[in-house]
Write a protein that binds this ligand. Structure first.
Ligand SMILES: Cc1cc2nc3c(=O)[nH]c(=O)nc-3n(C[C@H](O)[C@H](O)[C@H](O)COP(=O)(O)OP(=O)(O)OC[C@H]3O[C@@H](n4cnc5c(N)ncnc54)[C@H](O)[C@@H]3O)c2cc1C
Length: 481
């Protein structure tokens, strides 16, 4: 095997300059991890990492993988929390750090074309100069790549109003498992919508590198709203947060974000930054309104008047510095957690449930009970406006019994999400970590996913061990014909 890998590395050096083919053990280590606890517990090294600069290089690498039966795993920034970018079965990791160009920005046609390795925040910084933005805004936006976002169908707080990455992918250049290059969404199209043919773009979005490798993305962008304001509202009981949001819906108002901080998260933040002076209650909502300066000024007051009906306290943040301070605090939950539980670590496991909005109180209450039953500390917060409940499990990773109990907690949280009519992952993806829940969540539809996988990747070389799609299983469970 060692000789076979050495020969693949040397054949890769015939495709790429030697400095873009890494196979020294020290150089490979960073690629053995992403942000998942799964990857931190056991090192899974790729055999070789390649850093292509063009689609032709990607296609040649994939053809070599196909000829030699070598697994191939695409990697953006490795911020995924489900083990998606980790080579579970070894093989080639194809990293996109050298393919991060913005190829076109067109304001009139509301779109841009980028390579997959561009970092989300860099794309938005450039778009801002054109009065535009790419709305899906993951918390990891200063590090994660747009390719990783498309592959995971990432999103963030603003998905309430703007939707997830999927809504913004108009087309993609994709290298298929045999090295063929296709363009989805119309080979020459610059249209903003299309009813033509089967929507292959949607098929690749969220497929986490299991069906093809994305090498170019045609993305819809939006005019950047020039103004925003935040209403902070505290509630005595969780159920009132759902009622408050429903009051807004009844008034015909869809906020840009409605973020939830459970009491556990408020306590952590207040310990870290007492100057934030967050209001107390079982839950706090951050409701953001966007628009023009005039419209925001009027609608933020209307929103405050509506949420005041059920809130114990409300507060407005209208100047940009105050708004940014609140968002920075929300983004600092991990730091706050470290302060609250010295010697422990926040791990990413069971962290991304999405449930119907109406089920959030029941989910959070039951999840708190499961935390108590397993004796594991867990904080809750999330993108309340679209039912995305994040849990922050805090443990000492060196304590085997605590790790075992954290595994049980994460498993029970995943099962809880399915039980209440939700999903095990709202935005972070399935990867290796959540593959075991695919049958419970999707039923017979999983077999159709496996058929699609077999049609596009008959050797099962694209990101094997993820999403429960491997061909071995397919042969056992899906009869021919
Ligand atoms: C602190 C923190 C906060 C986070 N907050 C959020 C959040 O708010 N919302 C959210 O959605 N996610 C969040 N995430 C998760 C993660 O950042 C996102 O899922 C992100 O989109 C992953 O991008 P990446 O470039 O790091 O991808 P990677 O982790 O490198 O890869 C993710 C998946 O995409 C595949 N992939 C990458 N590039 C390609 C390509 N070119 N072609 C085909 N497949 C490819 C990989 O194989 C893998 O399956 C967070 C992560 C961290 C660490």
């Amino acid at each position: 095997m060692a000789t076979a890998i050495a020969s693949i590395a040397s054949r890769l050096r015939a495709i790429l300059p030697a400095d873009r083919v890494l196979d020294g053990p020290a150089a490979l280590i960073p690629y053995a991890f992403d942000a998942s606890f799964w990857s931190l517990r056991a090192r899974r090294m790729p055999d070789v990492v390649v850093l292509p600069e063009t689609t032709d290089e990607v296609a040649a690498i994939v053809r070599l993988a196909a000829q030699t039966g070598t697994p191939i795993v695409a990697r953006g920034a490795g911020t995924g929390q489900a083990g998606g970018a980790v080579a579970a079965r070894g093989g080639i990791v194809i990293a996109f750090a050298h393919m991060r160009r913005i190829l076109a920005i067109d304001r009139t046609d509301l779109q841009c074309v980028t390579e997959p390795g561009i970092v989300y925040a860099d794309l938005n910084a450039t778009l801002a100069g054109h009065g535009l933005f790419f709305p899906p805004d993951p918390g990891s936006g200063r590090a994660c790549t747009v390719g990783g976002m498309v592959a995971n169908n990432a999103s963030g707080p603003h998905a309430v109003k703007w939707g997830t990455t999927s809504a913004y992918v108009l087309g993609a250049e994709v290298v298929l498992a045999d090295g063929t290059v296709i363009v989805t969404g119309g080979a020459r199209s610059k249209a903003l919508k299309s009813s033509s043919g089967i929507d292959l773009t949607k098929l690749f979005v969220g497929s986490e590198g299991t069906l093809g490798i994305l090498t170019k993305l045609r993305l819809r962008v939006q005019p950047r709203p020039p103004a925003r304001a935040v209403v902070l509202a505290a509630y005595d009981v969780l159920e009132d947060t759902v009622r408050a949001l429903d009051d807004l819906f009844a008034a015909g108002i869809l906020p840009a974000t409605a973020e939830l901080l459970d009491r556990s998260a408020v306590d952590a933040l207040m310990k870290w930054r007492p100057d934030l002076d967050l209001p107390q209650g079982e839950a706090v909502l951050f409701i953001e309104i966007e628009g023009t300066k005039t419209s925001v000024s009027a609608s933020v007051r209307e929103v405050e008047a509506i949420v005041q009906r059920r809130a114990t306290t409300t507060r407005l943040a209208e100047d940009e510095a105050a708004i940014q301070r609140l968002w920075a605090a929300r983004g600092g939950l991990a730091a706050a957690t470290a302060l609250l539980f010295p010697g422990k670590h926040r791990i990413f496991a069971g962290e991304d449930l999405a449930v119907p909005i109406s089920e959030i109180p029941r989910t959070v209450r039951r999840a708190r009970e499961i935390g108590e039953e397993t004796g594991v500390t867990v904080l809750f917060y999330g993108h309340f406006g679209d039912g995305n409940v994040h849990s922050g499990i805090v443990i000492d990773p060196e304590d085997p019994d605590e790790v075992r109990r954290a595994d049980e907690l994460a498993d029970r949280l995943h099962r809880l999400a399915i039980e209440v009519g939700g999903t095990v992952t709202g935005e972070h993806g399935t990867g290796a970590v959540r593959a075991a829940y695919m049958r419970a969540e999707h039923g017979p539809a999983l077999d159709v996913m496996r058929r699609v996988k077999r049609a596009l990747d008959p050797q099962g070389l694209l990101n094997p061990g993820k999403l429960d799609l491997d061909p071995g299983k397919l042969d056992l469970e899906v009869p021919e014909g």
